[in-house]
Design a protein around this ligand. Structure first.
Ligand SMILES: C[S@@+](CC[C@H](N)C(=O)[O-])C[C@H]1O[C@@H](n2cnc3c(N)ncnc32)[C@H](O)[C@@H]1O
Length: 218
């Protein structure tokens, strides 16, 4: 079991009461000291960025009512002001776990270090980043943001590896030069792997249901 310590503080509007709001990651006790050291060692020429605390004023959580939206009935994250191309938006925070405590059914698990098998799961705790939807079925113009690995200054000369969400840069064609408009939904690509896995799980569950042997949820 991992020890979870957090101070009560401000939460964004519409933050779900059953989910812990974080302003920094919570690290699983299953992560070894050796792995922790690797997550805290950037090469000297890696640029690092400053720690931020939430809530993030540039985004808001909002319920999705549009019946054409594939995540209707759920929430999404929206820009509260114009966001320039290439800018840092927020960190993706959650429970930083290893292979031993990975939840294979999580819909909120983002890889932090593939080699070490470390991920960030925002199912039970996290920040606004957990509400970002995938662009598929929402827009034909693709994502407007991306996940990027960053190194964060956490004080006493230490840096910590995290995942952050950035507005997509302008790009060679200048396609993204306008950035994100106020009110626009923040959208990333979860990657084909996320959807392939989800579809294969669904098909597997359907088969199991047909065989009358499953106890798993849909
Ligand atoms: C990280 S959560 C995103 C936030 C979620 N909408 C919420 O309210 O908690 C990922 C889940 O959102 C939904 N989702 C995100 N993007 C989607 C899309 N393009 N189409 C359908 N469902 C989507 C799926 O249920 C997915 O498992």
């Amino acid at each position: 079991m991992s020890k979870i310590k957090s101070k009560p503080g401000r939460t964004p509007r519409l933050w779900p009461p059953d989910i812990l709001y974080l302003s920094k990651p919570v690290i699983s006790t299953y992560i070894t000291t050796q792995d922790l050291e690797l997550l805290n060692t950037s090469s000297s020429n890696t640029p690092s960025i400053r720690q931020t605390t939430g809530p993030c004023a540039r985004v808001k959580i909002a319920p999705i009512h549009n019946s054409n939206h594939p995540a209707k009935g759920q929430n999404g994250l929206f820009a509260t002001l114009h966001l320039e191309a290439g800018t840092f938006l927020l960190f993706y925070l959650g429970f930083v776990h290893g292979k031993a405590d990975t939840d294979p059914n999580s819909d909120y698990d983002l890889s932090l270090d593939r080699e070490l098998g470390i991920g960030i799961d925002a199912t039970k705790m996290g920040n606004e980043g957990r509400f970002i939807n995938d662009y598929r079925g929402i827009t034909s113009t693709g994502p407007n943001c991306e996940f990027k690995e960053v190194w964060v200054e956490i004080g006493k000369g230490l840096t910590e590896k995290r995942m952050a969400i950035y507005v997509l840069p302008t790009g060679k064609s200048g396609k993204r030069a306008q950035g994100i408009e106020k009110g626009e939904e923040i959208l990333v690509s979860y990657g084909k792997g996320f959807w392939n896995e989800r579809n294969s799980d669904r098909n597997h569950n359907k088969t199991e249901v047909l065989r009358g042997t499953t106890t798993s949820s849909p």
